[in-house]
Design a protein around this ligand. Sequence first.
Ligand SMILES: Cc1ncc(COP(=O)(O)O)c(C=O)c1O
Length: 448
Amino acid sequence: MSSEKLLAEVTGKYEDTYRKRTPKSREVLEKAKKYLPGGDTRSSIWFNPYPIWIDSAGGCRFTDVDGHEYIDFHNCYTTMILGHANPKVVAAVREQAARGTALGALVPAVTRWAELVCNWVDSVDKVRFGNTGSEAVLMAIRLARGHTGRDMILKTEGCYHGNYDPVVYPTDATGITRGTQRESIIVPYNDKAAAEKAIVENRHRLAAVIVEGAMGAGGMIAPRDGYLEFLRRVTTENDVIFILDEVISLRLAMGGAQAIYDIKPDLTTMAKIIGGGYPVGAIGGREDLMQLFSPQVNKVYHAGTLNANPITAVAGVATMEQLTVEAIDHLNALGEAFADGVRAVFERLNIKGQVTGLGSLHNIHFSAQAVVDGKTARETNKELLHLFYLGMLERGMFFPSRGLFVMSTPMTRQDIDAAVRAVDEVVTDLKPAIGELWPELIGKAPQS
Ligand SMILES: Cc1ncc(COP(=O)(O)O)c(C=O)c1O
């Protein structure tokens, strides 16, 4: 049988099993298509043949509309650090909802929330709130441009910074390329020489360098060999603003990735965990820069009808007050146990699967080359990942279809063991097809 035919046959078998398990998700999707383009309302959650729809969630589990229970390793792309419907968050939201949800002035809880954020991140002297991480990035770039009087942004290939044209990824999406190329320089991630050359050569045009605390959506790849420390030094030497995007990486340590790598960016963008599951984005940083937002200085414009809305504020406070050192240690230990368990499975089955990431955030890749940056992450085997994904869903494991696994505090070692067992079962089932279709993936995985 030809490779194409065999791949179509295996994929058809996995997708058929999925369809049979999820008729109600399919039904809901068909209805949704009448009002939502393609039955979807954000680019990231779609996978073939169609995504599941969720009925309800609690702790680290949820039930889909077909009644199947899943362990949630998705956690809304790293947001739900305390899992779903955390009792203290629910109580705080209930109470605030009865007292007003969108008001034309601030509520005192916002100050407590800001205090928690400033205390969490050493380099954040002051903070401003918005409604998405994309908005936080937009504001950071606007602030850098306002402060320096320059326009260009330098970003790294594969680092994701949301939905704002100068930084959006992938850069080849129609309608985005033009804006991106005009405003941005893109260099390979984890490549110090390329970054230094681009920064030095463009120092008179560059407003800011932006990079993630650890590359998230692009493949969950940690910075290596002092990469962030290096960027901090070179941006300082060339008088360019250094923005660390910690929208995902903030959860890795008290203090975020910048505490792990011992750097102080000029500006930090945040979102996800700080809003307790409600719409949020925040920009924080150096006092003198942040003061440009102040109404008394009024140099950089920052508006937003629902900025720091009371529901997000109280949910953020209730969440951050539960994020103790012990909680973060628990999450990171679970993440490392998961990564070790999965690596052991790949080794025993002699498959070139790799687990990248750190702490509570890891990504599974299938590749014969080491996954170390945006390019090598993009070049991994997505056909096999798709089959693996459907196999894991069938076994009650939910995570983003790009292979990311995210821990939440309600999880236990039993949940991790169940996930590792599921990986074992799925890869064992797929191994004959891997041997036929992708023989280059049989063998010992390269060190990533
Ligand atoms: C590192 C990073 N920055 C920015 C964003 C954008 O955040 P939002 O989706 O809330 O706009 C994301 C979203 O996943 C992200 O991962």
